[in-house]
Design a protein around this ligand. Sequence first.
Ligand SMILES: Cc1ncc(COP(=O)(O)O)c(C=O)c1O
Length: 521
Amino acid sequence: MFRNATAICLHLVGPLRGKKSGASLTRCLHQTLTMAKRLQARRLDGIDHSPWVEFVKLASEEADVVNFGEGFPDFSPPEFAVEAFQHAVSGDFMLNQYTKAFGYPPLTKILASFFGKLLGQEIDPLKNVLVTVGAYGALFTAFQALVDEGDEVIIVEPFFYCYEPMTLMAGGRPVFVSLKPSPIQKGEPDSSSNWQLDPMELASKFTSRTKAFILNTPNNPLGKVFSREELELVASLCQQHDVVCITDEVYQWLVFDGFQHISIASLPGMWERTLTIGSAGKTFSVTGWKVGWVLGPDRLMKHLRTVHQNSIDQCATQCQAAVAQSFKREQLHFGQPSSYFVQFPQYIQRCRDHMIQSLQSVGLRPVIPQGSYFLITDISDFKNKMPDLPGAANEPYDRRFVKWMIKNKGLMAIPVSTFISVPHQKFFDHYIRFCFVKGEHGQRVEWRKWKQQKQEEKKKWKDLKMTKKLERQRAQEEQAKRQHEEEAAAQSEERGLVHAVVSALCQDRVREDAPETLMSE
Ligand SMILES: Cc1ncc(COP(=O)(O)O)c(C=O)c1O
């Protein structure tokens, strides 16, 4: 042991012999021990800072901050899913072992039959389905499999934040196109369906270098559900420019107000160039299970299988078994009131409405979402009232607002600039994102503090107004009294003068009327 340690010291000090002793020797030794080589792979340049981690950390540093930032439910999954998981853990012991690399066969089978009907495709469980570690895993596998050095990838913003770093890590170049809100009537609430792509601008983004178009419907963070016309436009541009469409549809069951989710892969000619991504986490409210999938034509899927085989290789078998069982249950209840895919959006729509009311009650202006877990809310009224929140002057306002909200209101949200490319952030820095997949009761409790403060502020403001009114009244009364007194004084002075004049006149008169004798006296 001792001999080994000596050998290591000699090995380290050896290259330093002949160099100066003292501080420089220590420095050299330190450099040798900490490695002088560049450690971070170049593909991570520019993406090593996560605002996500930063805001979650900020919230954890304050006591009792409610997390409306991150996208997961705070209520239990449906009973059938929990039972399926329990069964997978305590049933067949072979579910503790590896399964097929591209997916547990009962799961790939049910995904093929379930989505085959929805997409109008004959789906082969072996060739057209890949099970991944969540939708995240599906996205990563797709980018790695298809995007090459210099390829352009069109991303619709605001976008789910991993699309940009995933494009960069694959060597691609993100090209952004923004959803923009149309003007609304004053006093009317904004709606996510009011945010649209400009067809001319969209078309201008497609070039001969475009490899993929990233679609997310229902969209995170905006909650926009793309209409058939919008999807048809994207589809025709993808076909015209021979572009692959990667569509992230993890919130497909969460659509509200009678809106309908349409998979772009179901449009004519699109299955052949589309990868459709889903998530069991979002589908059955089990985000911790991390089971996702990709569906697509074999000519694309075979490249994803290569990436999967050489990276993830396998996903947790028991989680896959529980998801398979849950889909089997849903297939039996499909379209009926007993279906989770029917009940869940109804419940979440109520949660959304609670969140909208809460936001409005404290003076925020939510953009009503038609789908997903999320909504964004306009904070420009606060920006006008409180332009100077703490934080660096060049920091986007939405980031400073969220920091203020965490500290002062005990609520955490996510700044929307996080979902926007850097050059466009200044146009979107007056929005923040809230997750509303939080139980109705929980929401009411969590907003109480801000509402209470707002009511107290309102009361203070009212009291202040009343005090000012009373002060004004008192001042007016005093002024009136003073005026009255002055007038009275003036009048009495006048009366005194008149009296004096009259008495003087009277005296003169008396004198005039008096007999001469008296006068002379
Ligand atoms: C749009 C979108 N895609 C993908 C994911 C990742 O899903 P999963 O948890 O299945 O990896 C999320 C999670 O928030 C999401 O919002």
